[in-house]
Design a binder for this molecule. Structure first.
Ligand code: WT7
Length: 652
């Protein structure tokens, strides 16, 4: 550890020795995965159980007009059997899920693989009773309770496709997603406790389904026992139904390419798109990354703090860990309740070995001071992970020094809803890390940096441009639900024959990758993706709003904040009440995560003569960096810019 360049952290020899991959193994396996992907993924495809083994490994193309992605295409399997049944013989009494409730005064649950099997099978039979079959869509709108995992696996068990809607989304957003995937059933709970407060989820579901979706049934988990409004014959209590059905539900055989789930995510234009993930390739990759990235070993306790409403929760709370027979923690609460020591209290209590969270949470906890961490015994932690946005070196160092005591390697994992699993990440026993870099590609991943305007690949090691991926990997999304054309257009049309990530990236002289952030109109607020167009269309849907433009700006805790410029209808006057009204409006249209942090009244927006809003200028003003506005000569009315600068909200 002496002769390494400043700012790099090499794995200790103890870590390297015990790890699934040390540096030499990583390099050897990576080379194999690139030189002969068929052989590599053929071999690693065997890590899961197949009903009918595949004979074809890879059939993929990024070619314009012919984008198709198929892995293990003639194999058949069941994902729930892979996550549960196959472990029963060897680890039936091992804990599969530790559930930590919102309140530390309530008891944690230790759910064994046997219990998981029974609960999932019963729920699967309940869904069948309710008319759900193979290929049908089921929307989940649930708090972080064990039933969320049962519901995912129950869908998988009968070949139904789940689509989880984060419980923080509004009734409006929920309704749009139920409609978009034409769901038969919504699974929800009466209430959702979080941070000591309870929201009434069932109310939102009722509101979402009110007029248009009178045939959508609802399965309700009793979590809080609070009063809820019932939709007559359309609603079912889970605890009543599960007593009426058998505890035995034979897993349905599905094709490797049959969709496992749809997850709606924000894009740079239009409404959220339904990212479709497969059964076979997705599971292989989620399981393999969980094992290698976190260096997970049998008996370890793994905790990913994400919500199952995001892809991180899909791959690293449920599917990856359970496919590996791991013990995975599911946490109902928030990092700051009852105080800013909660994460560390839970780590101590359950002897967590691998801990995985987001930079925004790290920054928020760092701001509360070290005493909250130092109270607890964190000596079981072996690996620390981050995901969701670039991590600033200050937060990285705090995580490393204060949480990991300099002994736990940090894995900064770069990936996306679309990628299903990690694409750029260190491996704890193999990769020297540099604070702020997602380091090197996972097995099978070929990142390339393109010159943004020409689309030419930059071959020099040190490079900066847009990040694309050259070849497919098993967990790549397969299509946009119901709109394959949009899939091609979004990811494969700007740069032909590559998968375009939407991220800017720098590669340093050591070949390390540094994500510089989105290059499209997507902003990243507390590690959650928000399309600026979505927030804009919510704002202009308000009767008093004529026009709106939304951009991101640097925010100390959230990474990026939402900055909205709003032009009112003629005759409407700006006021604090109206500002509040618009904030409430956006919350109800999308959800609390979309509420603008700063809202500026704009008498006019900077537009080109052809009417296009010049966001570059709005971004600069939002960043309080208007000294460098660049060329404004093409503006139809350059004077609007002076007004916007004069009344800017974010003075440094
Ligand atoms: C976008 C994807 C994948 C789960 C969480 C977010 C940003 C993600 C990192 C990281 C820098 C990151 C990228 C990416 N991002 N991880 N380690 N370093 N940026 O999933 O909502 O699909 O967002 O999040 O900009 O494109 P998502």
């Amino acid at each position: 550890m002496t002769d390494q360049p400043a700012g790099t952290y090499s794995p200790s020899s103890a870590m390297a020795e015990g790890a699934h991959a040390d540096k030499a193994t990583y390099e050897k396996m990576y080379a194999e995965s690139i030189n002969d992907p068929e052989a590599f993924w053929g071999e690693h495809g065997k890590r899961i159980d197949w009903i009918k083994p595949f004979t074809k490994v890879k059939n993929t193309s990024f070619a314009p007009g012919d984008v198709h992605i198929k892995w293990y295409e003639d194999g058949t399997l069941n994902v729930s059997a892979n996550c549960i049944d196959r472990h029963l013989e060897t680890r039936g009494d091992q804990t599969a899920i530790i559930w930590e409730p919102d309140s530390p005064d309530d008891e944690a649950l230790h759910i064994t693989y046997k219990m998981l099997h029974e609960k999932t099978s019963r729920m699967a039979n309940v869904l069948k009773e309710m008319g759900v079959g193979k290929g049908d869509r089921v929307v989940l709108y649930l708090p972080m309770i064990p039933e969320a995992a049962y519901a995912m696996l129950a869908c998988a068990r009968i070949g139904a496709i789940h689509s989880i809607v984060f419980a923080g989304f509004s009734a409006e957003a929920l309704g749009a997603r139920v409609n978009a995937c034409d769901a038969k059933v919504v699974i929800t709970s009466d209430g959702a406790p979080r941070g000591g407060r309870v929201t009434n989820l069932k109310d939102s579901v009722n509101q979402a389904l009110l007029n248009d979706y009178n045939d959508v049934k609802c399965l309700v988990v009793k979590r809080t026992g609070q009063q809820i409004a019932w939709r007559g014959e359309l609603d079912y209590w889970l605890h009543e139904m599960e007593q009426k059905v058998s505890a035995d539900c034979p897993p349905t055989e599905v094709n490797a390419e049959d969709p496992l789930f749809i997850l709606y995510t924000s894009g740079s234009t239009g409404q959220p798109k339904g990212v479709v993930h497969s059964s076979g390739g997705y599971l292989v990759y989620a399981a393999m990354t969980q094992q290698y990235t976190f260096d997970y070993h049998d008996g370890d306790i793994f905790w990913c703090t994400a919500d199952v409403g995001w892809v991180t929760g899909h791959s690293y709370i449920v599917y990856g860990p359970l496919a590996n027979g791991a013990t995975t923690i599911m946490f109902e609460g928030v990092p700051t309740y009852p105080d800013a020591g909660r994460f560390w209290a839970v780590c101590e209590k359950h002897k967590v070995n691998q801990f995985y969270t987001a930079p925004t949470a790290i920054r928020a906890l760092m701001a509360q001071g070290n005493s909250f961490v130092e109270k607890y015994d964190l000596s079981d932690i072996k690996v620390l992970g981050t995901v969701g946005e670039p991590i600033n070196p200050e937060a990285w160092n705090w995580y490393n020094d204060v949480v990991g005591k300099g002994k736990a390697p940090i894995v900064d994992t770069w990936w996306q809803t679309e990628t299903g699993g990690h694409l750029l990440t260190p491996l704890p026993g193999a990769t020297a890390t540099k604070p702020g870099s997602a380091t090197l590609p996972f097995f099978g991943i070929q990142p390339v940096i393109l010159e943004p305007t020409t689309g030419e690949e930059i071959h020099e090691t040190a490079a900066e441009g847009v990040l694309c991926i050259k070849e497919s990997w098993p967990a790549q999304m397969r299509t946009v639900w119901g709109d394959h054309e949009r899939f091609e257009k979004t990811y494969f049309s700007d740069y032909k024959n590559y998968y375009f990530t939407g991220d800017g990236c720098r590669r340093d002289e050591d070949g390390y990758y540094w994500i510089t952030g989105r290059v499209d109109d997507v902003i990243n607020v507390s590690g959650h993706r928000m399309g600026t167009a979505e927030v804009e269309s919510a704002l202009v849907a308000h009767a008093k709003v004529a026009e709106a433009a939304v951009v991101g700006y640097p925010h100390a805790i959230k990474g990026q904040g939402i900055y909205a410029y709003v032009t009112l209808m003629n005759g409407e006057e700006p006021s604090d009440e109206l500002r509040k009204e618009l904030e409430v409006w956006v919350r109800s249209e999308i959800g609390p995560i979309a509420k603008p942090d700063l809202l500026q009244w704009a008498p006019g927006l900077p537009k080109t003569r052809s009417g296009k809003i010049m966001r570059r200028i709005l971004r600069k003003i939002a960043e309080d960096d208007f000294g460098a506005l660049g060329d404004t000569s093409t503006l139809a009315d350059p004077s609007v810019v002076d007004d916007l600068i004069e009344n800017r909200m974010n003075r440094g």
